[in-house]
Design a protein around this ligand. Sequence first.
Ligand code: C2E
Ligand code: CA
Ligand code: CA
Ligand code: CA
Length: 278
Amino acid sequence: AKASGGGRFSFFDPAMAETAERRRTLETDMQLALRRNEFKLFLQPVVDLSGKRVVGAEALIRWQHHEKGLIVPDAFIPLAEETGLIVDIGLWCLEEACLRLAEWQREGRDLYLSLNISARQIPEGLPPAVVLDAVRRHGVDASRLVLEITEGVLLADVGRSQSWLRELRESGFRIYLDDFGTGYSSLSYLKRFPVDTVKIDKSFIRDLNRNENDRALVEAIIAMARSLRLQVVAEGVEDAEQLAQLRQMGCNYIQGYHFSMPVCSADFAAAAESIARS
Ligand code: C2E
Ligand code: CA
Ligand code: CA
Ligand code: CA
């Protein structure tokens, strides 16, 4: 149904029409995916400095499409944010995260789980009371659930983000500042937005062994975090050399393909055990 239909679209750029149509299809498909349970919460282990002990995991969404196969978040999260569907997807993620945490608790595993939060979810899309209700229903300790936010998310509405953050922290949830170093991240934000941990973006880790500037930057972030008594997680660690550097700089936790890719929840225990044995 492109340029046909009695010239209705005669001044319509066919390429644009196709994009608009693709977006509509994707939007409808995402709504269906929620009902069909096609979203999966993959988990990537976060490892302590020893490189042996898994302390937790980051939840990363995947879409197991019934026809197209596995779809990565960059291909649908932006549209979900634009259309507002991210709110329902986010609630699904929260529920799923609580199920995992309850399961780990039953198995006696001492692990935390972190969720990525989009701007559209703050504050109405994910009110602190809803997060608290979710962990309570599942009998999970609030300190096990971490919310990963970017400074862009916070800056969208400073006043409201501050009270959103404060309420969550008062309830015992922990907050990670994600993609640290990529925006305008500075000391003043860390003062305005109380967080527990900063996550150094993988773009600074990639060339850590070759790029003098990246090394200086990562070193500075870690030093600054330490002086503010914040923990540091480095993401995107792919080799032993990067790991050794980060260790030497005093980074607290490490995440990346060097240890494990994000895996489906059924494979998580095996991934953690293989890291412990490595
Ligand atoms: P992010 O939060 O910065 O997540 C880190 C990304 O780096 C993930 O990509 C992860 O799979 C990837 N990664 C991990 N280790 C390595 C490594 O060693 N090397 C490289 N090159 N990459 C690594 P992914 O899973 O494709 O997610 C992309 C982005 O999508 C995330 O970036 C996050 O912003 C967003 N996202 C993922 N899941 C969710 C979700 O449930 N909700 C929301 N709102 N956003 C999500
Ligand atoms: Ca993240
Ligand atoms: Ca990142
Ligand atoms: Ca991100």
